[in-house]
Design a protein around this ligand. Structure first.
Ligand SMILES: [Zn+2]
Ligand SMILES: [Zn+2]
Length: 375
């Protein structure tokens, strides 16, 4: 079938993206769902920092690639053997779990090796690609058809997507598409960093360094679970929002150090070495620093090994919030239903596919929280 989608043509284009235009919106051909796959009509898709990391070259992926990995939609068709029914609303998640490999048996601590390999290659977990397009005019060789890579098994910046059933989690129709989309990356990652990796004891203070979509979701989940929360970010508007969302304290990184703030569980969600150092510095003796951000592969941080030993500290890396999406998403839905997880507050803008270059610029500048593409 014919679909409209936003394709990244090259990694590492210079900012501003409204001028360098690395993302083009055009017509693609989407193959039918194969065994264990579903065709989903996309209702809402969030623009995440991990999309920006592919655009700016921090995470090099094969191109051309149809971006977007945080989304919700309605199943419109199913491939052979698929369990989901047509009409079901689903949350799309960016790391398929095959359920068969050794990593899938680690309760979310390790990402599925089969899903990770497919994500790296830009294919679906079942193998191959369902996306193709006519070779753009001006490209060499011109004419003919080229495959387009999938982004993290989802490729949701499009009217429709074909995905593996292991990349989606069904949700009831009372969960609106905007909320459902955010559950797939921001909430799974941020919330999971707190509950799966940090595991604060009841009443423990929780600090979050880096208040983007993932960090703010971590803050919301920690507040919902009754923890006193410290928010740390360099952008004053984000500190203001953190206070509105229930943070007891919201300060810049410098102030956090000067005031000697400490918490037994600290989540780093900025994806920079400096933020990691800040998170480590404000972790209390005996405490746990959880790092969930994705810095550039060459980034290096400096910490004191002595403090690790003498203060009996723990540093934990958490990919996708150490989540098992099918287990964790229903828990967040329950918190949302109970009125304790105001996820709508994470949405800073609603945009169309054509707005993506400007939206990427806003994200790169640190000004945006979650910008949702709606259809
Ligand atoms: Zn994401
Ligand atoms: Zn697996």
């Amino acid at each position: 079938m014919r679909i409209t989608g936003a394709v990244l043509e090259r990694c590492g284009a210079p900012v501003p993206y409204v001028e360098s235009r690395p993302v083009t919106v055009g017509t693609l051909e989407l193959g039918p769902p194969e065994a264990g796959e579903v065709l989903v009509r996309i209702e809402a898709a969030g623009l995440c920092h991990s999309d920006l990391s592919v655009v700016d070259g921090n995470r090099v992926r094969p191109v051309p690639m149809l971006l977007g990995h945080e989304a919700a939609g309605i199943v419109e068709a199913t491939g052979p053997g698929a369990r989901l029914a047509v009409g079901q609303r689903v949350v799309m998640t960016f790391l398929p779990r095959c359920g068969q490999c050794a990593e899938c048996a680690t309760d979310g601590r390790l990402p599925c090796s089969v899903g990770s390999a497919a994500n790296g290659a830009g294919t679906l977990v079942g193998g191959g690609r369902r996306l193709s397009r006519a070779v753009p005019s001006g490209a060499v060789p011109s004419g003919g058809v080229q495959d387009v890579h999938h982004h993290l098994g989802v490729s949701a910046f499009a009217s429709h997507a074909v995905v593996s059933e292991t990349s989606v989690v069904p949700v009831d129709h009372d969960v609106p598409p905007d909320i459902a989309a955010l559950l797939g990356c921001a909430v799974l990652t941020g919330g999971g960093a707190v509950v799966n990796a940090g595991r604060p004891a009841p009443g423990d203070r929780v600090a979050v360094v880096g208040l983007g979509g993932v960090g703010m979701a971590a803050l919301l989940v920690a507040v919902a679970l009754g923890h006193e929360v410290i928010g740390v970010d360099a952008v004053p508007a984000k500190l203001e929002l953190a206070r509105e969302l229930g943070a007891a304290t919201a300060v810049g990184p410098q102030e956090a150090a000067e005031q000697g703030l400490r918490a037994p569980v600290v989540v780093e969600a900025a994806g920079s070495a400096r933020a990691f150092e800040t998170a480590y510095a404000i972790t209390a003796p005996g405490g746990t620093t959880v790092t969930v951000g994705l810095p550039h592969p060459d980034a290096r941080a400096s910490i004191s090994p002595l403090s690790l030993t003498a203060e009996a500290r723990t540093v934990v890396g958490s990919y996708l919030g150490s989540a098992v999406p099918s287990r964790d998403i229903p828990r967040y839905v329950e918190l949302w239903r109970a009125g304790r997880l105001p996820l709508d507050r994470l949405v800073s803008d609603r945009i169309t596919l054509d707005d993506l270059p400007a939206a990427l610029d806003r994200l790169a500048s640190g000004a945006a929280l979650r910008q949702l593409v709606t259809f």
